[in-house]
Design a protein around this ligand. Structure first.
Ligand code: ADP
Ligand code: MG
Length: 307
């Protein structure tokens, strides 16, 4: 391709909200075999909102039929503790729980201590008690047994993200959040498949929730990488490259930056974070996956013309 043609192509793409870092990025784009899509914020809107709160008596105890000496925490109290713990967090799940508490008129407490565990959740001190808010990995690390497994599985089967809440090492409830799939995701993924691209989903969310979302957008259940810690996303991309694939990675978050760099083409979607945009070869201003399809079309067109 001549430099002039590439420049013209880059300009045309930019008019369509597709910002290629350079001419090489346009060229590499058309050689991709696999596209790894981050779930939250890429396939979905990334705007979580609370859908369910499970609290009250510990079912593991009340199932015995005996009356409880100490009744479990009320659902309001579960929300109050979780939202208070999330006050220092910038995670969209934390924000959703805080917004919900606000809507319900629940007053929050300032945590005395706060620790953010990447890809797992929060540990905080509230009213002299230790509160854990997060996923099963957080609970495993802290040695906290699960008390609401049936509810957990049912919610996850529905594609909801589950957040476990514990007080002083006891699982007192579950909060579920849901995130809307972007309107364009399903059709765009379909088009990627028609072009012969393989699509994978990667997420820190749990396996069951991830598969439920994958099913809705027609991503093969065997190509779902769930429960992936932020620092491990890069390894998942390398593994696919080691299998001989040219890998494109699409993401929006700070967590995605190393994987975007590792990929043959890193694609930052939407307004994303600055660090994701800096680590990418292509930036999609429109923030939906149909722009990804357009960038493939452009790449192919330019190189057909110039050949
Ligand atoms: P992703 O962007 O792929 O969804 P993250 O690494 O941000 O992944 O989070 C992975 C998982 O860790 C979340 O699905 C959630 O279960 C848990 N998690 C992370 N941060 C928090 C938080 N502040 N509160 C509750 N859960 C959290
Ligand atoms: Mg994300």
């Amino acid at each position: 391709a001549t430099p002039t043609a590439l420049m013209a192509g880059t300009g045309k793409a930019a008019e369509n909200g597709i910002l290629f870092r350079d001419g090489e990025a346009i060229q590499t784009m058309k050689d991709l075999d696999v596209v790894v899509l981050d779930k939250t914020g890429t396939i979905t809107e990334g705007n979580h909102s609370v859908t369910d709160v499970v609290g009250g008596d510990d079912p593991a105890v009340s199932a015995d039929g005996g009356s409880l000496e100490e009744p479990g925490l009320s659902e309001r109290e579960v929300v109050r503790l979780a939202a208070s713990a999330e006050r220092g967090s910038e995670h969209p799940i934390g924000q959703a729980i805080i917004d919900y508490a606000d809507e319900e008129g629940i007053e929050l407490t300032e945590p005395a201590a706060f620790d953010n565990v990447a890809g797992k959740g929060i540990e905080a001190e509230i009213d002299g008690r230790t509160v854990h808010v997060g996923n099963t990995k957080l609970f495993e690390d802290a040695g906290i047994p699960l008390a609401y497994e049936d509810a957990l599985h049912a919610l996850e089967q529905d594609g909801k993200t589950t957040v476990l809440v514990a007080v002083d090492g006891e699982n007192v409830g579950v909060i579920a959040t849901a995130d809307t799939i972007k309107d364009e995701s399903e059709a765009a993924i379909q088009e990627l498949h028609e072009r012969g691209l393989e699509t994978w989903m990667i997420t820190g969310d749990n396996e069951r929730t991830a598969r439920a979302i994958a099913d809705k957008v027609d991503i093969d259940p065997g190509r779902v990488m769930a429960g992936v810690l932020p620092q491990d996303k890069i390894d998942k991309v390398s593994q696919l490259q080691d299998e001989g694939y040219n890998v494109g990675m699409v993401g929006d978050g700070i967590n995605d930056a190393p994987a975007l760099k590792q990929a043959n083409i890193g694609v930052a979607i939407g307004t994303g974070t600055d660090i994701a945009i800096q680590s990418s070869d292509v930036s999609l201003v429109r923030g939906s996956l149909d722009a990804l399809v357009d960038s493939f079309t452009l790449s192919e067109k330019i190189f057909q013309k110039i050949k």
